[in-house]
Design a protein around this ligand. Structure first.
Ligand code: CO
Ligand code: CO
Length: 322
């Protein structure tokens, strides 16, 4: 994880291993995985945050898609979810919370899962998210550690949501830019995950708070490879570059940038390229390492999936920009 990451608080605690804990907290993976039997594992994750869009129903959808994504990023199918709410009672009408919960529930149902409960606290700042439990086959997980030289790097959603949601707090976005942003963040990574499993692809993560290159660096490190990212091929949300030029991006981008400075050479990239490559994403797409023989089939099955580079043998740097 990056500097300033509060996960450092866990460092002094003793580690407790367990023979059935297949993925724990030390590998930068997206969710914990615990084996219940030879053919069944639980995939568990939790995520919640303050609103990223004004519309409460859309916020609920996005928060749920984001929380569900960490199960998909491990190759799991979501089965149950718990709502987590911080709500400023007295400042906002309860109908706002109903709309958020409706958005979350609709997305959970779209995923084929069910909400089994939740917990609400009074909080100065509105927050919403979910804890999600999924099921997976213990020997068919999508992990950070299975990229191999020769694989193609594939990204399933455009980047730039951090810059655009920050811009939207300054002034309303153009309607078509707003629509594309919300649709992207609310879209489930279900098909991206299922297609990977169906094609025996084994390496994936989802792109969230550490930005495209931060999550790429987790794959590079866990798989002991170097990732070549072809900057011009990385898909961007409409309006993201202009929004960054007009007013910059979210605070988290600076930490991501500092973390990556040690891992790569920025070469001839422009300021706006660099900002978007480290832009913290909400409910981003999957980043996968795909054996070249299966790439065409994967791209055909997953709308929006794009080849953005390739995996090579470990070189001096974890990431090379081309
Ligand atoms: Co994740
Ligand atoms: Co997460």
């Amino acid at each position: 994880m990056g500097p300033g990451d509060l996960s450092e608080a866990l460092a002094p605690l003793p580690r407790r291993t367990h023979p059935d804990l297949l993925v724990g907290r030390e590998t930068f993976d997206d969710a914990g995985v615990f084996r219940l039997s030879d053919d069944l594992a639980l995939v568990q994750t939790v995520d919640f945050f303050a609103p990223v869009v004004d519309d409460p129903y859309e916020f609920g959808q996005i928060a749920a898609a984001n929380a569900l994504s960490d199960v998909y990023a491990m190759g799991g199918e979501p089965i149950t979810a718990l709502n987590i709410v911080g709500f400023p009672t007295g400042e906002l009408p309860i109908s706002v919370l109903t709309a958020i919960l409706r958005g979350g529930q609709d997305k959970v149902h779209e995923a084929g899962a069910v909400i089994v409960g939740g917990h609400t606290v009074v909080d100065e700042e509105l927050k919403y998210g979910l804890s999600v439990t999924g099921r997976a086959h213990p020997s068919r997980l999508l992990t950070n550690a299975s990229a191999a030289a020769g694989d193609l790097l594939v990204l399933t959603k455009p980047i730039g949501s951090g810059v655009l949601t920050t811009a939207a707090k300054r002034a309303p976005l153009d309607a078509s830019i707003h629509r594309a942003l919300v649709d992207s963040m609310a879209r489930l990574n279900a098909e991206a995950s299922r297609a990977a499993l169906a094609l025996d692809i084994r390496c994936a993560t989802d792109v969230t708070g550490f930005g495209l290159l931060g999550h790429a660096s987790h794959i590079a490190r866990a798989s002991a490879v170097t990732l070549v990212v072809r900057v011009a091929q990385v898909p961007l949300l409409a309006g993201a570059a202009d929004a960054w030029r007009a007013g910059g991006g979210p605070g988290g981008a600076k930490r991501n940038r500092e973390y990556l400075d040690a891992l790569l050479d920025w070469g001839t990239t422009t300021d706006v390229d660099r900002a978007l490559l480290v832009d913290p994403q909400t409910s981003g797409g999957l980043l996968l390492a795909v054996p070249p023989m299966r790439a065409a089939e994967y791209l055909a099955r997953v709308p929006g999936a794009t080849v953005i580079g390739e995996v090579v043998d470990r070189a001096e740097r974890a990431i090379v920009l081309a």
